[in-house]
Design a protein around this ligand. Structure first.
Ligand SMILES: Cc1ncc(COP(=O)(O)O)c(C=O)c1O
Length: 373
């Protein structure tokens, strides 16, 4: 039997991510101006590193309980009480990806429909499909705001979940409280679960990002992560908070899959939650201002308010974002075509999680590409 025939059908329905293909191409570039990265360029704060190192030295290298260290869960929950006056069930997960896997696996029956904005974080389509659901991307071009009426028009009797993400990848948009409330009320009207992916929550530059927890706490499953906020994407840390009935099923699945989030990283995250990140956030607000300025008049884009991406429309004269990105790569600049995140291929994602000097060099190439056509 050919080895390929051992592969399950469900995995064959998943194409390799557009980002991965571009990374493969990037590997052939000698010294690219790389504006493709999906992680911050600041270091994990020293005290957080030390806490994790001490945990290893003190032989805290075994499993933790599946739900996560009580001290970390207490700290997460006291933060949620302070922020929302909310006392949900809580599970420490292996990154937000771990939370998404467990939540979708726990909730989806075959054919259940999951709504989310297009453009979207790539995993949403793949994971929904992997667990038997039907992804239903709702286009939000060109303002990229969550429009409850557009989502309502996509609701069918099979709709079960709405996934929202604010601050958003790849657009950098932070949705307003009225837009988040619109989605929360829609979920109440149609009896849907809202999964709120708030991985970029700390990186919000024009005021705090609104959450559906403020409007529909009983039907919100909150997913938050430590990777982007504290520069520790490789530590694989996040948490899920929400209805006890769902968290209990996610914990059951975690027991048989991830088992627990990494022990020493959990210890580090207790310190992380009491670490002031305002210097790094101010620095990234400055990078946001810089890229918005440097992109200049040659590009049309929604001014980003959070995370570290901007999602401009390709300049006139290019047929597709893929064609535009190929031209950028020929000019030693690496950005990601919109079709990695969307049914459309009209925009491209630029990451500004890089030194200012690289933002300037990248924008210089982008200006040239726009002018040359
Ligand atoms: C919107 C969004 N959700 C989830 C993730 C995955 O996060 P983690 O590294 O915590 O698994 C990412 C990572 O890029 C993301 O952009």
């Amino acid at each position: 039997m050919p080895v390929r025939s051992f592969i399950a059908e469900r995995i064959q329905s998943i194409g390799s991510s557009g980002i991965r293909k571009i990374f493969d191409l990037a590997a052939t570039m000698a010294d690219p101006i790389d504006l493709s990265l999906g992680q911050p360029d600041f270091a994990v704060p020293q005290a957080v590193k030390q806490a994790a190192i001490d945990a290893i030295r003190n032989d805290r290298n075994n499993y933790t309980v599946t739900h996560g260290l009580p001290a970390l869960r207490d700290r997460i929950l006291s933060g949620l009480v302070r922020e929302f006056d909310w006392r949900p069930a809580c599970l420490v997960t292996s990154g937000v990806s771990g939370g998404l896997v467990l939540a979708l696996m726990a909730c989806l029956n075959p054919g259940d429909e999951v709504l989310f904005a297009d453009p979207y974080f790539v995993s949403y389509t793949h994971l929904v499909r992997l667990f038997g659901g039907t992804p239903v991307p709702v286009p939000v071009y060109d303002r990229f705001r969550l429009n409850a009426a557009a989502f309502e028009a996509a609701v069918t009797p099979r709709t079960k979940i709405i996934v929202i993400n604010s601050p958003a990848n790849p657009t950098g948009v932070v949705h307003g409280a009225d837009e988040i409330e619109g989605i929360a009320r829609l979920a109440e009207r149609h009896d849907l679960l809202v999964i709120s992916d708030e991985i970029y929550q700390l990186l919000s530059y024009d005021g705090p990002a609104a959450s559906p927890v403020s409007f529909a706490p009983a039907r919100t499953l909150l997913l938050r992560g430590f990777g982007k906020s504290y520069g520790m994407t490789g530590w694989r840390m996040g948490y899920a908070a929400g209805p006890e009935a769902i968290i209990a099923q996610m914990a059951k699945l975690q027991q048989f899959t991830f088992v627990c989030a990494p022990h020493m990283a959990q210890v580090g995250c207790i310190t992380a939650l009491d670490t002031d990140m305002s210097r790094q956030i101010n620095d990234y607000r400055g990078k946001r201002d810089l890229i918005a300025r440097e992109l200049g008049d040659g590009y049309e884009f929604a001014r980003p308010s959070g995370g570290f991406f901007v999602f401009p429309r390709i300049p006139a004269g290019y047929d597709s974002a893929t064609q535009f990105v190929e031209a950028a790569i020929r000019n030693n600049l690496l950005v990601i075509p919109g079709n990695a995140f969307s049914a459309r291929d009209t925009h491209f994602r630029v990451s500004y999680a890089v030194p200012d000097e690289r933002i300037k060099r990248g924008c210089e190439v982008l200006r040239q590409l726009a002018e040359r056509r």
